[in-house]
Ligand binder design. Structure first.
Ligand SMILES: CC(=O)OP(=O)(O)O
Length: 132
């Protein structure tokens, strides 16, 4: 796969609902109730039930991986969490992921991820590096 700076690798919206969070809790073992109980989330001052940070991070990388050639080696992946994804009990939450090529050298390409929810960036410095 050829990478050129500025190319869009993937753009996708992933919908989360409370079932997504319960399933992720089971898969990850993170049963912190702020991820599925509104009363507990409110009692600790949160604006609502939050998606697990690692779920958001995983969603973002999975959007990129799905667009890469099979067998592409991922060299590293990192993000900084800035805002939570609040999952409404009725409407859920839409997480938008836009992945573009940020830099290319002889050995790797850096893919920059813009990850937003409710028009707010939820991950910054979200970068995934792949072998070229
Ligand atoms: C947002 C949040 O609290 O995520 P985690 O429990 O994964 O740290």
């Amino acid at each position: 796969m050829a990478y050129a700076v500025g190319d869009t690798i993937a753009a996708r919206t992933v919908h989360l609902d409370r079932e997504s969070l319960v399933r992720y809790a089971g898969a990850s073992g993170d049963f912190n109730p702020i991820h599925y109980r509104d009363d507990i989330a409110a009692s600790v001052g949160l604006p609502g039930v939050l998606a697990h940070g690692m779920l958001t991070m995983g969603i973002a990388s999975s959007v990129v991986v799905a667009a890469l050639e099979p067998g592409t080696r991922i060299l590293d992946y990192g993000v900084r969490f800035t805002k939570p994804v609040v999952v409404d009990p009725v409407d859920g939450a839409d997480v938008h992921v836009l992945a573009t090529v940020g830099a290319v050298d002889g050995e790797s390409a850096r893919i920059d991820l813009k990850v937003t929810f409710d028009e707010t960036t939820v991950l910054v410095k979200a970068q995934l590096r792949v072998a070229v």
